[in-house]
Design a protein around this ligand. Structure first.
Ligand code: ADA
Ligand code: CA
Length: 291
């Protein structure tokens, strides 16, 4: 598995310059909401991934320590890339997408080497400290990628990220998440699908404004989980979302500051019985708006 990975990593790095250029001098035809905001840095793979990531270290002392542990203990060596190969390949390192850059997988299907990325392949795949397929720097975008089994830690999103046309065939510990020591901010997940998340599909541990649009999912504990027992502010917008075989909830939160807006949401739970109280589990009714 090392052969294809090495070749793929090489081509990714070589293309980093062109990837970064989309947001630089070349005409940027993306809709304004998808462009990095003014003032956001658009980095390239010229910068060492750890140096780039350390640029987003939190001020809070405890979070700062956890972030450093994450960078040096949990994540292994990172491959920086801004494009994929369009073909199936196995990865042996987490892919880092620099801040403000777009990684276009061109329709590729990625499979993690379970040993290399410390992925849990036992029932439910819930071990902590698995590595993600991707770490997205702040303002980075990810598109046209299928993530196969094992799902591992899916996609780690620092904040201000867009995920477009992503398929999670069999989510691992979770499909995508924002850690407590990440900056957070607006997160858009659109034109995507996710399946087989034994626990949760999307996990948010820091304040975010989450937009999930045109998403289809099946077989999951929860579509969205706000970190248990936490009270930070989280906004969730579900627009054209269809989920089936839901076990615990569509959204679950313990926060009085979790706010949900939804439009064209379709859901079906696993098993029989009235599950009406499980759609937005433990979210204050006053915080929920259909539009
Ligand atoms: C579990 C765990 C949390 C957090 C979360 C995650 O729910 O209990 O502390 O680590 O996973 O971010 O995936
Ligand atoms: Ca996780």
């Amino acid at each position: 598995m090392v052969g294809p990975m090495a070749a793929a990593a090489g081509s990714g790095v070589a293309s980093a310059g062109t990837g970064a250029a989309t947001a630089g001098t070349g005409a940027d035809t993306r809709p304004s909401e998808d462009k990095p905001k003014t003032g956001d840095q658009v980095a390239s793979c010229d910068e060492d991934p750890l140096t780039a990531l350390r640029g987003f270290a939190p001020m809070d002392e405890d979070l700062n320590k956890d972030y450093e542990k994450y960078l040096t203990g949990e994540l292994g060596t990172l491959t920086c890339a801004t494009e994929g190969t369009g073909k199936p390949r196995t990865i042996t390192q987490t892919i880092f997408v620099p801040p403000g850059a777009t990684y276009d997988g061109k329709g590729e299907t990625l499979t993690a080497d379970a040993a290399a990325l410390h992925c849990d392949t036992s029932e439910g795949e819930q071990a902590e400290h698995q590595q993600p397929y991707f770490v997205l720097g702040k303002g980075a975008q990810l598109k046209n990628v299928t993530i196969a089994y094992p799902g591992c830690e899916g996609v780690h999103m620092l904040g201000e990220n867009v995920l477009d046309n992503i398929t999670w065939q069999d989510a691992g510990e979770d499909a995508a998440s924002v850690r407590s020591y990440f900056p957070g901010g607006k997160i858009t997940i659109k034109n995507s699908e996710g399946h087989k998340a034994a626990d949760k599909m999307f996990q948010f541990n820091a304040p975010c404004d989450v937009h999930i649009e045109s998403f289809k999912g099946s077989d999951m504990g929860k579509l969205v989980r706000q970190n248990g027992g936490k009270e930070f502010e989280l906004h969730i917008d579900l627009n054209e979302v269809e989920v089936s075989e839901v076990i615990s909830a569509v959204v679950q939160s313990d926060s009085p500051k979790c706010f949900i807006r939804y439009h064209e949401l379709t859901y079906a739970f696993k098993g029989s019985g009235d599950k009406a109280d499980r759609v937005f589990k433990d979210v204050p009714a006053a915080n929920i708006t259909e539009y």
